[in-house]
Write a protein that binds this ligand. Structure first.
Ligand SMILES: Cc1cc2nc3c(=O)[nH]c(=O)nc-3n(C[C@H](O)[C@H](O)[C@H](O)COP(=O)(O)OP(=O)(O)OC[C@H]3O[C@@H](n4cnc5c(N)ncnc54)[C@H](O)[C@@H]3O)c2cc1C
Length: 413
C-alpha cells in the first residue's frame, strides 16, 4: 500500500456541475496542454483565430518529468522566472569511477507549473479541461475534423495531437508498450539540495538506460529511465534514492517514445511525444516539444491568416520534421550501442570522453539538434516588457543567451 507521502498530487480539474457540455466549431483545436500544446497555442496568439486547447488536467497541474532543459531555451522563450537551478557540469557515475563533464552550455531545472503558466500567460486561446476520447466520424466532407471528448464533440479544420506518447488521434496502429519503441521512466522528488547534476550508467540500476539526480533548489528529482520497456524501474528507483540517503516520495512516471513517428496523419498534426520528438539516448523531450511545437504553431498561423492552405502546412511541417530524422536515428543507434559495451570498457571510455574538446564538440552538436537560436528573441523581449519580470531574471536571460552564443562561436572557430 502507498504511504501518505507517496500519494499523487490532488487533482484540481473541474468536477460535477462545472463540467458543462462542450461542443461546436473552432478554428484550431489543440489536444494536450503541456509543452508541445502550449508552445503551439502561444505561436497562434494574436492571429485572431478561435483556438481551443483541452487537457484532462488543469494547465501545469500534473508534472511528468524531471524538468531539465538547456538554459538558453528558457531564456529565449522568456521563461527564466521558472528556473530552479543551473548547472555547468554533468557528473557521470559508473561502477568503476566518476567523470565530470564541463559542459559548453548550461542546463537548468525548472518548476513545471510555473513554466506552463508563463507559456499560458502569452496565449489568447480558450482552455477547457476535457478528456479526449478519440476521433469521431466527421459530420460532412468539408475537411473539418471531429474530436470526441468526455464533454462533447468539437470540430475544427486544424486539429493537433499534443497528447503525449499514446498518439491518440492517429488511426489506431496498436502502439502499445512493451512492444512499441518506448522507454519507461519513473522518478521521485525528495526534499534536499545538491550542486551536482548527476547521471548513473550502472547495470545494477538498469541494464539499458540510466539513473539521474536533477537537483531543483530544494528538492532532488531522482529517477531511472530504461530503454527496454520490459524492465520495471520502480525497485531500482527506490534503490538509487536510498543510495543517495533519501526516501522516495511522489512517484511520477511515463512512457517515453524513442523513435520518430509521422508528423501528420489523416489531417491531424502531431507534436512532442505524440510525434516521437523526445530524443533517444538522453530521453530529453521538453525542448524538442517546444521546438517542434513552435514550428507547427507558425505553420498553423499561416493557415488561419490565409497565407497558406492546410495541405501546405501539412507538407511544410512534415518536411521540417523529416529533416531531423537522421539525427534521431543516429541518437537511437548510440542508445542501442551503449548497453553492449562491457562495463570495464565503459568506465575508461566515459573518462576519455570527458576531454574538454570532445565534450565541447559532442554537446554542441547535441544542442544543435534543436538549437535555441531557433526560438529567436521575440519572447525574450516580451518577457523584458512584462512588469512581472524582474531585472535580475532579465539579466540572467541575457547572460545565458550571450554565454551560449560565445561558446558556440568559439567551438565553430
Ligand atoms: C520520469 C521522466 C522524466 C523526464 N525528464 C525529462 C527532463 O528532465 N527533460 C526533458 O527534456 N524531458 C524529460 N522527460 C521527457 C518529457 O517529459 C517528454 O518528452 C515531454 O513531456 C513531452 O511533452 P509533450 O507536451 O509532448 O507531452 P506531455 O508532457 O506528455 O503532455 C501531454 C499532455 O496531454 C494530456 N493528455 C494525455 N492524454 C489525454 C487525454 N486523453 N485527454 C486529455 N488530455 C490528455 C496530459 O495531461 C498532458 O498535459 C522525462 C520523462 C519522464 C517519464
Amino acid at each position: 500500500m502507498m504511504a501518505e507521502s507517496d500519494a499523487m498530487p490532488v487533482r484540481a480539474t473541474k468536477r460535477g456541475s462545472e463540467r458543462t457540455p462542450l461542443s461546436g466549431e473552432r478554428d484550431v483545436l489543440i489536444c494536450g496542454a503541456s509543452f508541445a500544446g502550449l508552445a503551439i497555442a502561444r505561436e497562434l496568439a494574436g492571429s485572431g483565430a478561435d483556438v481551443l486547447i483541452v487537457d484532462r488536467y488543469e494547465i501545469g497541474e500534473r508534472q511528468t518529468s524531471a524538468c531539465g532543459i538547456p538554459t538558453e531555451w528558457l531564456a529565449r522563450l522568456g521563461l527564466m522566472e521558472s528556473e530552479r537551478q543551473r548547472f555547468d557540469t554533468l557528473v557521470m557515475h559508473t561502477p568503476h569511477g566518476t567523470a565530470r563533464y564541463r559542459l559548453p552550455w548550461t542546463f537548468s531545472t525548472f518548476d513545471y507549473r510555473q513554466l506552463c503558466q508563463l507559456l499560458w500567460r502569452d496565449c489568447d486561446a480558450t482552455f477547457e479541461t476535457a478528456k479526449v476520447n478519440g476521433r469521431a466520424a466527421a459530420a460532412n466532407g468539408d475537411g473539418r475534423i471531429a474530436i470526441e471528448t468526455d464533454r462533447g464533440t468539437i470540430t475544427a479544420p486544424l486539429v493537433v495531437d499534443a497528447l503525449g506518447w499514446r498518439r491518440m488521434l492517429a488511426s489506431g496502429d496498436g502502439y502499445q508498450p512493451p512492444d512499441a519503441p518506448l522507454s519507461r521512466g519513473l522518478e521521485v522528488h525528495p526534499a534536499g539540495e545538491s550542486e551536482d547534476l548527476a547521471i548513473w550508467i550502472d547495470r545494477k540500476y538498469v541494464p539499458a538506460g540510466y539513473g539521474w539526480s536533477f537537483p531543483a533548489r530544494d528538492e532532488l528529482r531522482i529517477g531511472i529511465g530504461s530503454f527496454d520497456p520490459r524492465f520495471h524501474v520502480k525497485d531500482t528507483t527506490v534503490e538509487l534514492t536510498h543510495d543517495l540517503g533519501k526516501e522516495p516520495n511522489e512517484y511520477q512516471g511515463n512512457w517515453i517514445p524513442h523513435k520518430l513517428r509521422r508528423a501528420t496523419e489523416g489531417g491531424i498534426f502531431f507534436a512532442g511525444d505524440s510525434a516521437g520528438h523526445c530524443l533517444p539516448l538522453s530521453a530529453e523531450g521538453i525542448r524538442t516539444a517546444l521546438y517542434f511545437g513552435m514550428a507547427l504553431g507558425q505553420e498553423l498561423r499561416g493557415v488561419v491568416e490565409g497565407r497558406q492552405t492546410r495541405a501546405n502546412a501539412e507538407a511544410n511541417y512534415a518536411s521540417f520534421h523529416d529533416t531531423h530524422e537522421w539525427k534521431f536515428k543516429w541518437m537511437l543507434r548510440v542508445q542501442k550501442l551503449i548497453p553492449q559495451v562491457p562495463p570495464r570498457i565503459l568506465a575508461p571510455l566515459i573518462k576519455l570522453m570527458s576531454a574538454k574538446r570532445f565534450v565541447n564538440w559532442s554537446f554542441t552538436h547535441y544542442l544543435r539538434i534543436a538549437a535555441p537560436e531557433y526560438a529567436g528573441s521575440k519572447w525574450v523581449s516580451r518577457s523584458a516588457d512584462d512588469q512581472n519580470s524582474s531585472g535580475q531574471q532579465q539579466d540572467d536571460a541575457d547572460d545565458a543567451v550571450g554565454r551560449e552564443r560565445d561558446l558556440v562561436e568559439a567551438e565553430q572557430a
